[in-house]
Design a protein around this ligand. Structure first.
Ligand code: SUO
Length: 445
């Protein structure tokens, strides 16, 4: 049986905008109120997905969410026609209104935590949508995310879908952005690393003081329990609270892993030695590469600015690994010098490919944020909704779909335009037909 890692990238939604919604996320705050380009954002994402497919990788897509989120605006008391709801909310509560317009579901690393069948007690692939409780705009995502995942992985024999964790800060769960799986081969049992920012039920433990810790230890344990993972194959790692306070709002801003490689900054974890010892013991093979980047090579500030660690490390069909990096890494002297050196160090990483995902980067989302990794056997790949996988025909169809429905530019005043809601719903209605997803959106039910 063969096994693969399939990346499911988030399609950027038609309301992509910069609203400064994520306290603790430096790029989001710095670019608040900038004019966005939904069309360019969606195309940059599709280009990256297609480029990986062209490298011989299996590549999927996850549909975006319906925004503006009229259902939530009604739930908090705005009434009348849809146009009146938008008008009243934008006028009376502009900040809340903006949160209800965010296209943040594009960052599918936060869609869910996924455990492959080789790791789970029932031998199925498990999905738990992230509750994203720490940010109001993101907390609106999990129900529809669950439906999109069920429409994408629509086969109970192979896929086990859980409900998201309780919606409370104590169980704050940011999904796969804080989860890495190490393994010798995608189809073999691996070690799942769950990284958290704080202990919710023990305030005596260290925690950041400036910016929020979005993800808790208790959430990590709950997901590992739900997925039926054995204690011998799970490692819980606390993030260094100091780096959260420097803008590392998710662990995937400071560390990334693939198969037998863990690539991380020396300041990433609260107790690095303890974490590495436990990983080594549980991994069960000496063929393991810990690639630690020193502060003297790349500072935390530079890592946050360039997203050196928000790169994808992928295993190409020939067995070599490549890094998929944002073009910001190429533009930084320190980081491009580091990456030039990295490919000569004799680790499995042999190549670097740079991609322009600037529309996403301006909201703090790099290549790794834009994808959800799902390790699948060949039988499981065959059980996936095939319309969600990228090939030439589907790529062309989706590009045309973006051209037909997306605006070139979007600023605050455009978001209250009732025509944008109509355009977005038309686009998503057509998308559910292209992807054969079923009726996943509130306006379709
Ligand atoms: N994994 C990357 C997530 C980035 C995301 N940014 C945002 O939601 C910014 C939205 C805005 O400010 O318009 C976040 O912080 O959760």
């Amino acid at each position: 049986m063969k096994a693969f890692e399939v990346n499911f990238d988030g399609l950027v939604g038609p309301t992509h905008n910069y609203a400064g919604l994520s306290f603790g996320n430096v790029a989001s705050l710095n670019n608040a109120k900038a004019v966005s380009s939904p069309r360019q954002a969606a195309k940059q994402g599709l280009q990256k997905a297609k480029a990986l497919a062209d490298m011989g990788m299996l590549q999927g897509l996850l549909a975006p969410q319906e925004r503006p989120d009229v259902e939530t605006l009604r739930r908090i008391g705005f009434t009348g026609s849809d146009a009146q709801v938008l008008e009243k909310a934008a006028k009376q509560a502009p900040e809340i209104f903006l949160a209800c317009c965010s296209a943040s579901s594009m960052w599918t690393a936060n869609a869910a935590t996924v455990s492959p069948s080789a790791d789970t007690a029932d031998g199925r692939v498990h999905f738990t949508p992230a509750n994203l409780t720490n940010k109001f705009h993101r907390s609106l995502e999990p129900d529809v995310t669950g439906r999109i995942l069920k429409g994408t992985f629509a086969n109970e024999k192979y896929f086990n879908h859980h409900r998201h964790l309780p919606d409370n800060d104590h169980f704050g769960d940011e999904g796969a952005a804080n989860h890495t799986r190490l393994c010798s081969n995608y189809g073999h049992a691996g070690v799942e690393l769950f990284v958290f920012g704080k202990y919710a039920f023990d305030s005596s433990k260290p925690a950041p003081t400036k910016f929020p810790a979005r993800h808790t230890y208790e959430a990590c344990e709950a997901v590992a329990r739900l997925h039926g993972l054995s204690d011998d194959s799970v490692v819980y790692i606390q993030q260094n609270p100091d780096v959260i306070d420097q803008g590392v709002f998710h662990n995937d801003v400071i560390a990334v892993g693939n198969q037998n490689v863990l690539f991380y900054h020396e300041q990433a974890f609260a107790d690095t030695q303890k974490a590495l010892d436990e990983i080594r013991r549980k991994f069960g093979s000496d063929d393991l590469h810990f690639i630690e980047v020193k502060t003297s090579d790349v500072s935390v500030e530079e890592a946050v600015k360039t997203y050196l660690f928000n790169t994808q490390i992928i295993t190409l069909p020939d067995g070599d690994m490549a890094i998929i990096a944002p073009s910001e890494c190429q533009e930084s002297l320190a980081v491009s010098a580091y990456l030039d050196k990295l490919v000569t160090l004799g680790t499995p990483i042999k190549k670097v490919h740079y991609f322009d995902v600037k529309q996403s980067m301006k909201n703090g989302g790099g290549p790794a944020c834009l994808r959800l990794r799902v390790a699948l056997t060949d039988q499981e790949v065959a059980a996936v909704n095939q319309n969600t996988l990228i090939n030439d025909a589907q790529f062309n169809r989706l590009n045309q779909w973006v051209d037909k429905h997306y605006r070139d530019e979007l600023s605050f005043d455009d978001l209250r335009d009732p025509q944008l809601l109509i355009e977005s719903r038309d686009a998503l209605d057509e998308l559910t037909q292209i992807l054969k997803l079923g009726s996943v959106y509130p306006f379709q039910r």
